[in-house]
Design a protein around this ligand. Sequence first.
Ligand code: GLV
Ligand code: MG
Length: 319
Amino acid sequence: MGALGRPRRSCLAVPGSSIKMLGKAQGLPADQVFLDLEDAVAPLAKPDARKNIVAALNDGGWGNKVRVVRVNDLTTPWTYRDVIEVVEGAGANLDAIMLPKVQNAAQVQWLDLLLTQIEKTIGLPVGGIGIEAQIENAAGLVNVDEIAAASPRVETIIFGPADFMASINMKSLVVGQLIPEYPADPYHYILMRILMAARMHDLQAIDGPFLQIRDVDAFTEVAQRSAALGFDGKWVLHPGQIDAANEVYSPAQADYDHAEMILDAYEYYTSEKGGKLGAVMLGDEMIDEASRKMALVIAGKGRAAGMSRTATFTPPEQG
Ligand code: GLV
Ligand code: MG
């Protein structure tokens, strides 16, 4: 409950088949963990992985992390058992279910109804468990608006680049890599499309994995592209990617300070004492109501990330 709005700068993938990794993940500084039953778990290992995940959620110490389980997609025979076993077993210690390869609103509504049934059965608050919808094929992207609107449980829309590239026959095999023969960024449209749907419904937009886990510089470069658009976070597949994600999806200290300064200055100048001004100069910059809105975004991200300001605004007559 209440997971929406919590930072998800780094979303750590943890295979449910690995008891060792389920243990190790608890101490890592990722904002979110998602315990995987889908593509990181072999079909024959899925039944045991469900049990490992229930035990890890109930017995583990996950701190403030957003706790998510990724179930299998609805074209497989596994999804309903994944949801029932995990939520009946550990629903009180779980923030959201991630549904991969979502294609339309009906699939999200199916999950919403099933979660409601389980919550009623085991006595959890109805609606408490959220949904994260992963967009990984053309149908999902074309229907992303209805997917975002399908249930009040939806908290995030996630880009799944590996499956997505396969599903649309994209030429590159390296997720996030720019394609030399193509002058533009092939991911730009997809990311923007997801971002628009997410923002329209006040959801978080999350970028997917980068598979070259040893190349943190390349990870950072790819992350910076979605962070620049406004994405809230990115998957991390390895502990080595966590710090980079936390940094890229937090504002820089100078930007955070500047945003807080704009908020204070604008509040002062629009007040009686400040002259009831709607457009004023702050240093070399003209600020108005739209500047306040932009500053609120940056300040909000910085506050959510626990940043503290290192500069203050001094009204002119006192300065
Ligand atoms: C993640 O699930 C992806 O397919 O990129
Ligand atoms: Mg995928």
